[in-house]
Design a protein around this ligand. Structure first.
Ligand SMILES: [Zn+2]
Ligand SMILES: [Zn+2]
Length: 332
């Protein structure tokens, strides 16, 4: 029954303001794209509309695969979500650990003005979420086994807002666990220090900062509309064009712009790449041996790659051990 409910709620993301593809955010994204093309690039309205709703993008093999992955992953989530770590379990464990330790004083800042506590909590939740997304995304590019999984997202050759769902189910599990850990750490810490005043500033039930991210065109980062920000702003916020750079096959774009909403993490850790006026090609190099459209490859190639890596691991470790021991005990 739970599974059936899950499948019936397949399109609930489009009516849920907590999700990026909420219809309201999609409509605002179209307006932003129109405003950019018509007002600043002086494109006639009809041409701009044709460019935004380009059928070569929306009906490409890659975009059709995005739609199928969206449906299939929803079924997978229905099976695994009851097995995942819950935020309540993490938050309770951390809260109890804080109570038992002498590290911090319970209710130390409980007399702070409520408005300030709510503002701090809203910012802390947003920062914890955004920073852990940056970190995990960076690791997904760095570690070969994680890259095998993340490649699925990068195999998109055309991008629409639905491409945000083009991820291997294992990546979905990793991101859900990340979110549980990040939010499940901030919540008990704030309750412990500030007490009952802890709350979020929300609009339509969404953290006001997340809402701001979505109504400023978060959907356009997975699109062919290359909206760029001024250079100073691209050091602070990731523009749609900067995320498109992240999807580019060009070698000089590799491992750049891992950020979700904020660019400051990329700036701080040396992975920032400002957008330029250039034609980008999205997808993977041929040597990656992947597919934009074949669902068998999309779902199973990462598992085969990881199994191959796991099989080669003992021999690799053995070679490393031998190299190290010959360094310490050189043959006489
Ligand atoms: Zn990536
Ligand atoms: Zn992306």
């Amino acid at each position: 029954m739970d599974f059936l409910d899950h499948m019936l709620g397949l399109f609930s993301d489009f009516t849920n303001p907590k999700k990026r593809v909420f219809l309201g955010y999609l409509a605002v994204s179209v307006l932003i794209a129109l405003g950019c093309l018509v007002l600043s690039r002086r494109m006639p309205l009809r041409t701009a509309l044709r460019r935004i709703f380009d059928p070569r993008v929306f009906f490409s093999g890659s975009s059709k695969a995005d739609a199928k992955i969206f449906v299939l992953n929803r079924a997978f989530t229905g099976f695994v979500s009851p097995l995942l770590l819950t935020q309540v379990a993490i938050a309770t464990a951390i809260y109890m650990a804080l109570v038992r330790s002498d590290l911090l004083t319970w209710g130390a800042w409980a007399d702070w003005p409520i408005a300030l506590v709510i503002a701090l909590f809203s910012v802390a939740m947003f920062l914890a979420d955004d920073f852990t997304k940056y970190l995990l995304h960076r690791w997904m590019h760095h570690w070969p086994a994680l890259w095998s999984i993340h490649k699925v997202h990068h195999s998109a050759e055309t991008m629409t807002p639905l491409t945000v769902y083009r991820v291997h189910p294992l990546e979905g599990v990793l991101y859900a666990t990340r979110s549980t850990l990040a939010q499940g750490s901030v919540i008990p810490l704030f309750y412990f220090l500030f007490g009952e005043a802890v709350n979020l500033y929300t609009i339509v039930g969404v953290n006001v900062l997340v809402f701001a991210f979505h109504v400023t065109g978060s959907n356009l980062r997975h699109s062919h509309i290359d909206i760029r920000y001024p250079r100073w702003l691209e050091h602070l916020l990731i523009s749609p064009a900067q995320h498109q750079v992240h999807h580019s096959v060009a070698v000089h774009h590799y491992d750049k712009n891992f950020g979700a909403a904020l660019a400051v993490w990329d700036w701080l850790f040396g992975s920032l790449h400002l957008s330029e006026e250039e034609e980008l090609t999205f997808g993977l190099m041929e040597s990656e041996n992947h597919s934009a459209t074949d669902l068998k490859v999309i779902y199973f190639a990462p598992l085969v790659e990881i199994a191959t890596m796991a099989r080669a691991l003992p021999a690799k470790l053995w070679r490393r051990l031998r190299r190290q021991s010959s360094k310490h005990y050189p043959a006489e």
